[in-house]
Design a protein around this ligand. Structure first.
Ligand code: BTN
Length: 250
């Protein structure tokens, strides 16, 4: 059985930053760093992630592969794996179906309840450190005014108040078997699980790359976790590090 070391701190700038700075002291394969509040929560593409109250699950799962190698190609599936694990965890705890907007925003009623920021350290062809940062809006009764038009909380959507620790345990419990599948190179089940919650199949999207805006059709994700699109009659693939996107009408 796999064990997870658990570190809970009252306040941190960011659990991902703490995890990266302190990972050299972590001896276990899996460590969770949870903060009750984050003063400088970070999102993808250098954005801020508002997490300065103790109403949410703000945590990083730190993976230090032992006695095996995770490759940069396998790492591309980590955000996909994490998004699927969160969507599954939400179904299990709240009995409500969320949707995943590629690469890994989890939405309910078209508003974001969860964001995921995966950061890694790479050495030649191996990845000795994977930090999967997950932020879930859980028990807020009102959202911060800066994000209230685009974000929501589980409590606002379900009227249920849940212990943050249960959510974290549940999600980590979902991630570990999926991570094993990545190790065994059985990636189809990760993609299948993600597809159960996907909002990206045959929908019109707008994406921005290098400050240029494109309106295209999203077809879903490929086996590497890239977004497959149809643009001007051609099929293309997008890498999650390079684009921001919006599902049209959402
Ligand atoms: C995004 O929405 O762009 C990603 C948000 C990721 C937020 C989580 S909260 C825990 C971890 N620590 C951080 O600073 N960010 C991630």
């Amino acid at each position: 059985m796999q064990t997870i070391r658990y570190i809970r701190l009252e306040g941190l700038d960011s659990t991902n930053t703490y995890a990266k700075n302190n990972a050299h002291t972590f001896t276990d394969e899996f460590t969770v760093v949870q903060a009750d509040v984050q003063y400088r929560g970070r999102g993808r593409l250098d954005r801020t992630f508002i997490s300065d109250t103790s109403d949410g699950a703000w945590f990083s799962l730190v993976i230090k592969p032992k006695d095996y190698v995770i490759t940069p190609e396998q790492v591309m599936l980590m955000p996909i794996m994490a998004g699927a694990a969160v969507a599954e965890g939400i179904s299990q705890m709240y009995d409500i179906k969320s949707g995943i907007k590629w690469p890994n925003d989890v939405l309910i009623n078209n508003k974001k309840v969860c964001g995921i920021l995966c950061e890694t350290q790479t050495m030649q062809n191996s990845v000795p450190l994977i930090v999967i940062g997950i932020g879930i809006n859980m028990n807020q009764t009102v959202m911060h005014p800066d994000i209230s038009d685009i974000a929501t909380s589980m409590r606002i959507e379900t009227a249920m108040e849940m212990p943050v620790e249960c959510m974290i345990q549940n999600i980590c419990g979902n991630i570990l078997p999926l991570y094993d599948k990545i190790k065994q190179e059985q990636t189809a089940c990760i993609i299948n699980k993600w597809n159960e919650y996907s909002l990206m199949n045959n929908v019109a999207i707008t994406y921005i790359k290098e400050q240029v805006l494109y309106n295209v059709l999203s077809k879903g994700i490929d086996m590497d976790g890239r977004l497959v699109i149809e643009q001007n009659g051609a099929t293309k693939r997008l890498d999650s590090n390079e684009v921001r996107l919006k599902i049209q009408g959402v």
